[in-house]
Design a protein. Structure first.
Length: 401
């Protein structure tokens, strides 16, 4: 009998890392962070570093939302190509957004070293290849746009892609020097553990049910009836912000991922490479630190979790069909297959900043394939917001843009 796990790989790989209590008393703080995933962990780390009395709550177990389902590919490339983003928001905003994601990878490396992380941060290059001949022209335009503004990129023809990576049936692609991978689930738990020792209070299985706004503070009621008095709220709730904010600012998508059995020999060509293609929706792949191949893609509009999960077998076959096209001689032995939900914005950019309907509050919502790197950018932005200062990226990441 061939049994595969339908739980996210990172959740099972790491097990129950830490356990936190639910809220059982009234509390006060400078900052209440809502959302206990990778974004919440980074923002909490920044708030504690800045000296704010900080509480974090999550309605689930900590890190059991999108952070357990992420593929944790750290790229500076945004889902909207640079040349397209320049057309949408202008060159200055587009380049600054791309460079912010690039800088975020460097910052994550420094933070990983500083806290002596064991979450497997690893520097990697990335390959963005054309899966169809008709994609070559615009992908070359993307290559030229990146090169022009200083990103370290090379163009490889299809035979060079085969020679370097062993992929057949491609039409060339961009190789970028800047990229990395990490176990975001483990890294988030490391940050939480570190910062609880410095005063961070964490309450999981604690859901916000009501917020009352007063001059200078908010009063938050949770599902147990207890209340938290907070000067500021920072929402780090990803795609679930759609349930909170009335206007349509993000589209929800379901994405699928599969992880192979351990194989130390088959993936040597891409051990140090993140791979994605020009399909719409695109597929993406990376190796894990225990020598597995992780592939994601097959995105669909999200309706509900039941319908999303019902497509697991179908999506596994779709993803493997794409893999078979570029690696026809390789047999993929599936060990894990799962689905997750993410948000997609019209310009590929996050929403970080204030919203007119939420007083004394900020949002840090990293969407798309750059959720983690946008969240790192959100650390500096949130730090500035708390000091009453503006941030140059705010006008590109604001609501109502």
């Amino acid at each position: 009998m061939n049994l595969k796990s339908n739980e996210p790989f990172w959740l099972l790989k790491n097990g129950l890392v830490s356990s936190y209590p639910s809220l059982k008393s009234n509390e006060e703080c400078d900052v209440l962070i809502i959302g206990g995933g990778i974004t919440g962990s980074l923002i909490a780390h920044q708030m504690i570093a800045d000296g704010h009395k900080t509480i974090l709550i999550d309605k689930r177990e900590i890190c059991n939302g999108s952070t357990s389902a992420t593929t944790s590919m750290l790229q500076y490339e945004i889902d909207v190509p640079l040349f397209e983003l320049i057309e949408k928001i202008g060159e200055k905003g587009a380049v600054e957004s791309y460079k912010a994601c690039s800088d975020s990878i460097d910052q994550l490396e420094k933070l990983s070293l500083k806290i002596k992380s064991k979450a497997g941060f690893k520097r990697k290059q990335s390959l963005y290849f054309a899966s169809k001949k008709k994609d070559v022209n615009w992908l070359k335009e993307e290559y030229r746009s990146r090169k022009k503004v200083g990103f370290k990129v090379k163009w490889l023809e299809s035979d060079e892609v085969f020679k370097k990576f062993g992929f057949e049936n491609t039409f060339g692609g961009i190789v970028s020097e800047q990229g990395a991978s990490i176990d975001a689930f483990k890294f988030s738990h490391e940050l939480f553990e570190l910062n609880t020792k410095k005063g961070l209070k964490i309450f999981d299985k604690t859901e916000m049910t009501k917020v009352e706004y007063f001059k200078g503070y908010n009063l938050i009621t949770v599902d147990s009836g207890y209340q938290i008095k907070a000067k500021k709220i920072i929402y780090c709730i990803g795609y679930e912000s759609k349930n909170l904010i009335k206007e349509r600012f993000v589209d929800l998508k379901s994405t699928y991922a599969i992880v192979s059995e351990i194989d130390h020999d088959k993936f040597k060509n891409i051990t140090n490479t993140l791979v994605w293609n020009t399909d719409d929706p695109y597929i993406y792949m990376r190796t894990t630190d225990d020598a597995r191949l992780l592939i994601g893609g097959g995105d669909e509009d999200f309706y509900d979790a039941k319908k999303r999960d019902a497509l697991l077998d179908k999506k596994e076959k779709e993803i493997l069909k794409v893999l078979n096209k570029i690696k026809p001689d390789y047999h993929f032995y599936t060990d894990f297959v799962w689905a997750g939900t993410f948000g997609e914005t019209k310009d590929g950019l996050p929403y970080i900043g204030e919203h007119k309907n939420f007083k004394n509050s900020y949002f840090v919502l990293g969407f798309g394939g750059n959720g983690i790197t946008f969240s790192v950018a959100g650390m500096e932005m949130a730090s500035q917001f708390m000091k009453g200062k503006k941030h140059p990226l705010s006008k590109y990441f604001k609501f109502g843009r």
